[in-house]
Design a protein around this ligand. Structure first.
Ligand code: AMP
Length: 358
């Protein structure tokens, strides 16, 4: 696919959650249609996309039919089964590419890749057995965190070790899954950069946002983040470095720990990212449009920040605050249309905007 997509073209999105929903809205503004592939019932993206295929990732016939109806395939989550990707890539271009997925699906592959680029990560070691964990503890020590190599999100699949005595129970929490022991980083705060790269190699990064988590789930992102000028520059340059190294096309989220010794990369997400939702009200071109532009072969837009923003995630019962928030000035509400409220479920978010006076 070398030519930019034209009006009426269809973008296939693997995954129908809120990210797929907001990508579909952005795509429709540019004149595209979206086709969602999602195994679950009533996907949030289904309300706004032109087409939805409800099928499992093992259903090769459904994957073929889906691919034949779209011009390019992108995704809103990184844990897509390899066999489905092998099948799809024979039929249509997948953006961002397979390498980005391969690197980010496994925490060890990811950290190896980042280290090879010369970027700092937490000290880490692959472990699966108690002997391996005890050996890793000898070099990494405590406090440390044991995480599953794959399928972890929102702090799930993690156990903290305060002392070596915690090793057996931490390992039990991993339920036999291949894991990684990470040294605990004594960070002052967490930030993330949302970066984008176009098909012809143009790179653009949004201003870093400062993230606060609650119960392992992102709670707020505030821009501007507390960073010195050189840290801000470093954050953006290292993100560009990652994007270029992967020959990446699309938007990526890069999570960073801020320490007195510099920035440490926690993880990368090869997709639009919850910590980039502030861009919807903080920039002329938000992360969703930027991603659609990139996968459609368009030039990137100008993502310069024009306002200070606090993004607040509405998790579970937080959504009950909507009537109060709805009468606030400068609070942009984004709800995902999820019928059932569950603890820990992301129901929507609010961007509170402080407009800059010129
Ligand atoms: P993750 O799923 O890797 O993004 O981890 C979720 C959260 O746990 C991070 O946002 C941090 O707040 C915390 N965390 C993860 N890894 C480390 C680490 N090596 N040192 C300190 N805190 C960590």
């Amino acid at each position: 696919m070398n030519k930019p997509l034209e009006t009426g073209a269809t973008i296939g999105i693997l995954g129908g959650g809120q990210l797929g929903r907001m990508l579909s809205v952005a795509a429709s503004r540019l004149g595209f249609k979206c086709h969602i592939f999602e195994p679950g019932a009533n996907p949030p993206a289904g309300d706004v996309a032109a087409h939805v295929t409800r099928a499992n990732y093992e259903d090769l016939e459904a994957l073929t039919a889906f691919a034949q109806e779209v011009d390019v395939i992108t995704y809103e989550f990184e844990n897509i089964p390899t066999e489905a990707l092998d099948h799809l890539e024979k039929l249509r271009p997948i953006r961002p590419n397979r390498r980005a997925l391969q690197v980010s699906q496994d925490r060890i592959t990811e950290k190896d890749f980042l280290s090879e680029l010369g970027l700092k990560t937490a000290p880490y070691a692959a472990v699966q057995t108690l002997d391996e964990l005890n050996a890793a503890l000898e070099t990494i020590g405590t406090p440390s965190i044991l995480k599953t190599r794959r399928f972890g999100y929102d702090g799930k699949g993690q156990a903290r070790l305060k002392s070596n005595d915690d090793a057996p129970s931490a390992l039990e929490d991993m339920a036999g899954a291949p894991s990684v022991l990470e040294g605990f980083i004594d960070f002052t705060h967490e930030v993330s950069v949302i970066g984008a790269r176009s098909a012809d190699g143009q790179v653009s990064c949004f201003d870093p946002g400062e993230n606060v988590h609650r119960d392992g789930i992102l709670y707020t992102t505030t821009v501007p983040a507390r960073l010195t000028a050189s840290q801000r520059m470093d954050a953006v340059l290292l993100t560009a470095n990652i994007l270029n190294a992967l020959d990446y096309v699309g938007v990526m989220g890069v999570e960073l720990f801020v320490t007195p010794q510099g920035l440490i990369v926690n993880e990368i997400a090869p997709r639009v990212h919850n910590s980039g939702h502030w861009t919807q009200e903080g920039c002329v071109i938000d992360q969703f449009e930027q991603h659609i532009r990139a996968v459609a072969g368009w030039p990137l837009g100008d993502g310069t920040r024009h306002a200070d923003v606090e993004m607040l995630n509405l998790i579970g019962n937080d959504v009950e605050q909507i009537p109060t928030i709805a009468v606030e000035g400068n609070a942009a509400i984004h709800l995902y249309g999820k019928a059932e409220v569950k603890a820990g479920r992301k129901m929507g978010h609010v961007n509170r905007v402080v407009t800059k006076k010129s």
